[in-house]
Design a protein around this ligand. Structure first.
Ligand SMILES: [Zn+2]
Length: 297
């Protein structure tokens, strides 16, 4: 279902929100695509029903639920695909996601459609700043790093900011109490930066549009700080390995572990430990057989 946010800014209200920027001549640019071919067919159906043709696909970051339909949409339209340089490498080589989550060539259960999208060629590198599509001003790309290393948001000409996964609404945080961030330090900085903005509206990929970003950005910062404080507290009591930290966190903030969820959580815990290390609160120590994290000082 296509919903309108302003004159030139719409979105498809699917499982992952797909932003739509109207261009001249019945063309449009879309922001993200959905998980798979079925999602992509649905996007094209909704746009075709409105007489719109896709001339640009902008990918905010490489996660499969955002890019999985890009290859199909690129194939079925004349659209060029854009992503930031780092995310481009992963969109074109989706095997890298299960590879980095596992830290080696992954075992079979990690090569699933939620972690490994269909590859899609990326035609153009998306850089921060004014977005011009076929000579037409189409808003701005805004760096929103942290959730993914080089995640980008798109601010439409009507001043609606598509925020991708830079923050999650309360219902998502209730379901996933350890929200995924590849870089907690930068994800926090992105949220702090969003707090200082006053766009007309904000649309997260996994939530409803909001006109005031502050309450939800603060809530996301609180969730991250609670996790950070919890990890610091358990390491103050005793040094632990990364996997032991994961176990303690999952006991306190329950998630159901399976191959996918374990490795996403393991990556997120690594991001929290690196964040605490940047702040000089923790440091690694090595025993004869273990690498442990301990409280500094
Ligand atoms: Zn994501």
């Amino acid at each position: 279902m296509l919903k309108r946010l302003d004159a030139k800014t719409l979105y498809i209200d699917a499982h992952v929100k797909v932003g739509v920027l109207l261009l001249e001549g019945g063309r449009c640019a879309i922001v993200d695509t959905g998980l798979d071919d079925d999602a992509g067919k649905q996007v094209l159906k909704v746009l075709q029903a409105e007489g719109l043709t896709v001339s640009r696909v902008i990918l905010t970051h490489h996660h499969a639920d955002h890019i999985g339909a890009a290859a199909l949409i690129r194939r079925r339209t004349a659209a060029q695909v854009m992503a930031s340089a780092f995310e481009k490498a992963l969109v074109e080589n989706p095997y890298l996601e299960p590879f980095y989550l596992y830290g080696a060539a992954p075992f079979d259960a990690l090569e699933n459609r939620f972690l490994k999208a269909k590859p899609c060629p990326v035609d153009l590198v998306l850089e921060e700043g004014p977005l011009v599509i076929d000579g037409e001003a189409a808003g701005r790309a805004v760096a929103l790093p942290g959730h993914s290393h080089q995640q980008m948001g798109i601010c439409s000409p009507d001043d609606v900011l598509f925020t991708a996964d830079s923050f999650f609404p309360a219902e998502v945080l209730d379901k996933y109490p350890i929200p995924y961030h590849a870089d907690v330090t930068r994800a926090r900085a992105t949220l702090e930066a969003l707090l200082a903005t006053g766009h007309a509206a904000y649309l997260p990929a996994h939530g409803e549009p909001v006109s005031d970003v502050k309450p939800v950005a603060r809530m996301n910062l609180e969730v991250m700080d609670r996790l950070s404080d919890f990890i610091l507290e358990i390491l103050t009591r005793q040094p632990r390995s990364r996997e032991e930290v994961l176990a303690a966190v999952v006991e306190a903030f329950p998630v159901t572990l399976n191959s996918t969820q374990f490795h996403l959580t393991y990556s997120a815990i690594g991001a929290y430990l690196a964040h605490l290390k940047h702040q000089r609160f923790v440091e690694p120590e090595f025993t004869a057989s273990h690498m442990l994290w301990r409280r500094s000082g």
